[in-house]
Design a protein around this ligand. Structure first.
Ligand SMILES: *Cc1c(COP(=O)(O)O)cnc(C)c1O
Length: 841
C-alpha cells in the first residue's frame, strides 16, 4: 500500500489503515457481510455508489478519527480482517483436487470484465462471463490471472430524456477513485509497458484490481508521455471505428502478454475470452522465439496447445474484421522485425483462404489457428459455431469441426439477495458454492412452501421500494414535474405478479416482442383480478438507431394513462440494476431470435432468487427447460427474422401468460400460497442453480481444458520446443504432398454380420505414419459419426501405396460408408492443426 498516504491523507488515521486493504479487494462485490463498515462511514455516499474505495477516499479525517475511537467499529474491522485471513487459508477445490498438477497459472484475457459497477469497464454479456468466472475461480482456488483494459469512460451511461429518447453520457472514470492501484515494481516504480504503433512508441500504464485471491491487470494508454492521438486508445469500450478497435486489441493482446512477462508471470494456459485478445497468441510465440532461439513457426506450434479460445458470437458478422492495408500499417514491422515472417504470412493466419489477398483479417480465425482447443458457450452455440467456422475446415463434416462447448453460468453469490442467501444457507450450508455442490439439489428440496413464498414476497417488496426510489431519482434527474415524481414514489404494488425484462436493445433480442399487440398487453397488465407489473431496462448502442427506436416504442407505450402504474423503464442498465431486478421479479422474460443468443446469462441470475424463466428455446434455456421449471417460447427451430414467425411467437407469449403463468401465480391455497408456482420455484432452484453456476463452469474449464492444455503445452515446449519442431515438419510434408494422396480400388465383402472393406491408398512421398485411413459413416443428425481406423496391410507393388482393411458390424446400408484419409500427427490436434482430408467419394 505504499504511497497511499500521498493519494489521500485520511488513511493516516491510526487504526483505520486496514480499511484500504479491505476496500481494494473486490471480494466485497459478492460478500456483503462487511458492508456496515462503509455504510457507517459515509451512509449517503455508500448508498449512492456502493464503492467502498470511494467512500474511504471521501471520508473526512474527522469522521475517521471519530470512528477510530469507536470500539464497536474497531471490532468490525478486526472481524473483517479475521474473516479475510480465514478465507485466505481455507483449502480450496483446486488445491484439494489437483495438488500436483502442472498448472500454476492461467492468463485470462478479455476486452471487458464485469466485476462491480464501481469498476465500470464492461458493456454486457461478455464482461459478465469474464467477471463471474473470475470470481468463481477465486472461490475455488483456480489460479487465474486476468488481463484487460482500463477505459477512461467505460461503456456509455444512459439517460432517457423527456421525449423518451436515449441520451448517451460518458462520465470520466477517475482511476484514483476506482478500486484499483498502479502496478509497481520492486523499486516502487510504476510499471509501464511499451508497444510500437506506426510512427511512435506508446506507453501502457499497468493497474491492478484485487478480486479475492486473484489479480486482474488492466492497461491504459492515458499516459501524459504518449502523443495525444494515442492517449485516447483506451478511452471508450466499443467506441470508434476499426482502427481504434485494432489499436485496443494490440494493447490488450500484445501489451497484455508483455505485461505478464515483465511481471515474471509464466502462465501455462492462455484463455482468450473472445477473439479480441487473439494477438496475445502472436506475442506469446514471439517470447518463445526469443527465449528458445526458434523461428516463428516452431514457436507457434510449441505454444499453441497452451492457448484456449472461447467464441461467443452466434453470427459470422460478429467477428472483428480488419482490412489488410490497416493490418499491414500496424503489424507490418512487427511481423518482419519481431516475428521474422512476412505480413502475408501473418495475414494468412486470419484468413479462410490464405491465397486471397483481398480477404480481411479475421481475429476469430487467428484465435482458432493459434489455439489448441476452441469452445462455444452453450450446447446449441457449439453447434452454431461448428457451422460458422466450417470455412476453416473445408470438406470436413460440420460435426467434426473441432469446437466443443462449455455452457456459461453465473457467480451465484454476486446475484443472490440477502433473503435468498439466508434461505440457501439454512438449507445447504455456508460453503455451498465453494465445492462440488453434490447435495445442493436434495438439500434445497427440503425448504418448505412457506419459507419459499416468504422469501419471494419479501424480495418483491424490497424490489418495489427500490423501483420507487430509482424511478423518482431518474425522473428528478431529467427535470420531471413534481406530481410525476410523487407518482413514482407510489408506483407498483408489492403483492402482484412482477415481470422483468432487461437486455441490450438490439434487434435480435426482440425487446419489443411484447409490444406486438399493445391492446392485448394492456388487457394482461390491467386485469383487475390478476394484475401484472413489468419492469424494463436496457441500453441501445449509440450507433444503433433501430435499438434506440425500440426504447422509444416502450417509452411511448408507458405514457399511456391506463398502463402508467404497471410498466416502468429503468434507465442506465448496469450490474446494480440487474441485481435489483433478478432478486425482485417473479418472472424473467427473454425473447431472442434463436440461435442468436449464444448463451445468455441474465435468466440464470433469477434462479437462486426463486424467479422463474419464460424464455425462447435458445442458448442455455434450450438445455435447461423442462415443464417443471418454467416456460418455453418457440419451437426449437430457427426462423431467421421472419416477421410472420415473430407474430406467431408474440401470440404464443401472450397465450402462455394468459393461460398458464398468471393463473398459476394467482391460484392460492387456504394459506394464500400459490402451491403450483412454489413447486416450480423449488424445482427451478434445486435443479438449475448449481448447473448454471460459474462454479460448475470453471471446474469444467479446468478439467476439460486447462489441465490437458497445460500438460500438452509443457510437452510441446520442453527442450526448446523439440516436439513443436516435429509438428512443423509434419505439417510441411503434409502440405507438400497431400495432393499426391489418392484412392485406388475399393472392395467390400458383406455377410450377415460384417462389412469388410479393403481400400487401396497411394501416398506419393508421404510417410504412412503421417496419415490415417478411416472408414466413415455420417450417423443421424445428433449422433456422433461412425469412424473406424483401417489397418495398414501389404504394400502395393510398383508404387508407394498400401492396402487398408477394416470390418464394421453390418448395421444400416453398406452405402452409408465411405473411406477417407486424414492426417495423423505426433500428438497433434486434428483437424485443428492440419485440416486436410481426402474422401473416397
Ligand atoms: C447479466 C447481464 C448482462 C447479460 O445478460 P444476457 O442475458 O446475456 O443478455 C448484460 N448486462 C448486464 C448489466 C447484466 O447484468
Amino acid at each position: 500500500m505504499e504511497r497511499l498516504d500521498l493519494l489521500f491523507p485520511g488513511i493516516q488515521v491510526e487504526g483505520m489503515e486496514p480499511l484500504a486493504e479491505i476496500a481494494l479487494d473486490l471480494h466485497w462485490s459478492w460478500d456483503h457481510s462487511f458492508d456496515e463498515l462503509w455504510s457507517e462511514l459515509e451512509p449517503e455516499l455508500w448508498s449512492l455508489t456502493r464503492n467502498p474505495w470511494l467512500v474511504l477516499l471521501t471520508a473526512s479525517r474527522a469522521r475517521l478519527q471519530h470512528l477510530a475511537k469507536d470500539s464497536n467499529y474497531l471490532r468490525k474491522i478486526e472481524a473483517t480482517l479475521e474473516a479475510r485471513r480465514q478465507d485466505k487459508d481455507r483449502s480450496r477445490w483446486f488445491e484439494r483436487m489437483y495438488p500436483n498438477a502442472p498448472l500454476t497459472s492461467i492468463a485470462y484475457f478479455s476486452m471487458e470484465f464485469m466485476l462491480s459497477e464501481a469498476l465500470p469497464i464492461y458493456s454486457g454479456g461478455l464482461g459478465n462471463v469474464a467477471g463471474d468466472q473470475f470470481k468463481a475461480a477465486s472461490c475455488l482456488g483456480i489460479p487465474l490471472v486476468g488481463v484487460g483494459l482500463l477505459y477512461q469512460q467505460g461503456y456509455f451511461r444512459q439517460m432517457i430524456d423527456r421525449n423518451g429518447k436515449q441520451q448517451a453520457l460518458y462520465p470520466y472514470n477517475d482511476p484514483s477513485q476506482l478500486p484499483i492501484l498502479p502496478v509497481r515494481d520492486k523499486a516502487g516504480e510504476w510499471v509501464r509497458i511499451e508497444i510500437s504503433l506506426p510512427g511512435s512508441k506508446v506507453w501502457l500504464r499497468a493497474w491492478q484490481a484485487r478480486v479475492g485471491q486473484l489479480t486482474l491487470y488492466l492497461l491504459d494508454t492515458n499516459d501524459p508521455a504518449n502523443p495525444p492521438v494515442h492517449r485516447g486508445i483506451t478511452g471508450e469500450l466499443y467506441g470508434g471505428g476499426p482502427e481504434l478497435r485494432l489499436k485496443q486489441e494490440l494493447v490488450l493482446g500484445i501489451g497484455g502478454w508483455r505485461l505478464l512477462q515483465t511481471l515474471g508471470i509464466r502462465p501455462e494456459v492462455c484463455h482468450l475470452n473472445e477473439g479480441h485478445a487473439a494477438f496475445a497468441v502472436l506475442e506469446r510465440a514471439r517470447c518463445f522465439m526469443e527465449e528458445n532461439d526458434q523461428p516463428f513457426d516452431i514457436a507457434l506450434a510449441a505454444v499453441r496447445p497452451g492457448n484456449l479460445f472461447t467464441t461467443h458470437t452466434p453470427v459470422a458478422a460478429g467477428f472483428d474484421l480488419f482490412p489488410p492495408a490497416l493490418m499491414e500499417q500496424y503489424l507490418g514491422a512487427y511481423a518482419q522485425q519481431r516475428l521474422g515472417i512476412s505480413i502475408d504470412k501473418l495475414l494468412a493466419l486470419g484468413r479462410a483462404n490464405s491465397n486471397d489477398s483481398l480477404e480481411p483479417f479475421n481475429m476469430a480465425y487467428l484465435a482458432v489457428r493459434g489455439s489448441g482447443a476452441v469452445n462455444g458457450v452453450s450446447r446449441l452455440h457449439g453447434q452454431v459455431s461448428r457451422r460458422i467456422f466450417q470455412p476453416l475446415f473445408p470438406r470436413w463434416p460440420e460435426k467434426e469441426v473441432p469446437i466443443g462447448h462449455v455452457t456459461n453460468g453465473i457467480h451465484v453469490a454476486t446475484w443472490d439477495s440477502a433473503m435468498a442467501d439466508l434461505l440457501w444457507t439454512n438449507a445447504c450450508g455456508k460453503e455451498r458454492w465453494l465445492g462440488e455442490m453434490e447435495t445442493l439439489e436434495t438439500d434445497l428440496r427440503s425448504v418448505s412452501d412457506v419459507d419459499l413464498w416468504q422469501m419471494r414476497s419479501q424480495a418483491r417488496q424490497i424490489f418495489v421500494e427500490n423501483v420507487r426510489n430509482r424511478l423518482s431519482r431518474q425522473l428528478a434527474e431529467r427535470g420531471a414535474a413534481p406530481e410525476e415524481i410523487a407518482r413514482a414514489r407510489r408506483i407498483f404494488d408489492p403483492d402482484i405478479l412482477t415481470m422483468g425484462f432487461a437486455r441490450r436493445f438490439v434487434a435480435y433480442k426482440r425487446p419489443n416482442l411484447l409490444l406486438h399487440d399493445p391492446a392485448r398487453l394492456i388487457r394482461i397488465l390491467t386485469d383487475p383480478q390478476r394484475p401484472v407489473q413489468l419492469a424494463i431496462a436496457g441500453k441501445a448502442h449509440p450507433d444503433d438507431a433501430s435499438g434506440q427506436a425500440m426504447i422509444e416504442d416502450w417509452m411511448n407505450f408507458i405514457c399511456r394513462q391506463e398502463v402508467r402504474s404497471h410498466v416502468i423503464f429503468l434507465s442506465d442498465y448496469d450490474m446494480e440494476l440487474t441485481q435489483q431486478l433478478v432478486q425482485g421479479v417473479d418472472l424473467w422474460l427473454n425473447t431472442p431470435r434463436r440461435p442468436w443468443e449464444a448463451c445468455g446469462t441474465s435468466g440464470m441470475k433469477v434462479l437462486v432468487n426463486g424467479g422463474l424463466n419464460l424464455s425462447e428455446l435458445d442458448g442455455w434455456w434450450a438445455e435447461a427447460y423442462t415443464p417443471e421449471v418454467g416456460w418455453a417460447l418457440g419451437d426449437g427451430m430457427e426462423h431467421d427474422d421472419d416477421p410472420g414467425w415473430d407474430a406467431f411467437e408474440a401470440d404464443q407469449l401472450y397465450t402462455l401468460l394468459e393461460q398458464e403463468v398468471i393463473p398459476m401465480f394467482y391460484m392460492r391455497n387456504h394459506d394464500g400460497i400459490p402451491a403450483e408456482w412454489i413447486s416450480h420455484m423449488r424445482e427451478s432452484m434445486a435443479r438449475l442453480t448449481g448447473r448454471f453456476s460459474a462454479n460448475r463452469v470453471v471446474r469444467e474449464y479446468t478439467e476439460k481444458y486447462y489441465l490437458p492444455s497445460a500438460a500438452a503445452y509443457q510437452s510441446r515446449a520442453s527442450e526448446k520446443g523439440r516436439l513443436g519442431a516435429r509438428i512443423v515438419d509434419w505439417q510441411r510434408t503434409l502440405e507438400q504432398n497431400w495432393l499426391q494422396v489418392r484412392f485406388g480400388t475399393v472392395t467390400v465383402e458383406t455377410d450377415e454380420k460384417q462389412f469388410r472393406f479393403e481400400v487401396q491408398v497411394y501416398l506419393g512421398d508421404l510417410d504412412p505414419n503421417a496419415v490415417c485411413v478411416e472408414i466413415y459413416a455420417d450417423g443421424n443428425q445428433d449422433d456422433r459419426p461412425v469412424r473406424r481406423e483401417m489397418e495398414r496391410g501389404r504394400q502395393l507393388s510398383g508404387a508407394h501405396g498400401y492396402v487398408y482393411h477394416a470390418r464394421v458390424p453390418a448395421v444400416g446400408s453398406v452405402m452409408d460408408y465411405t473411406a477417407r484419409v486424414i492426417p495423423k500427427g505426433p500428438d497433434a490436434a486434428i483437424p485443428l492443426e492440419a485440416p486436410y482430408i481426402l474422401w473416397q467419394h
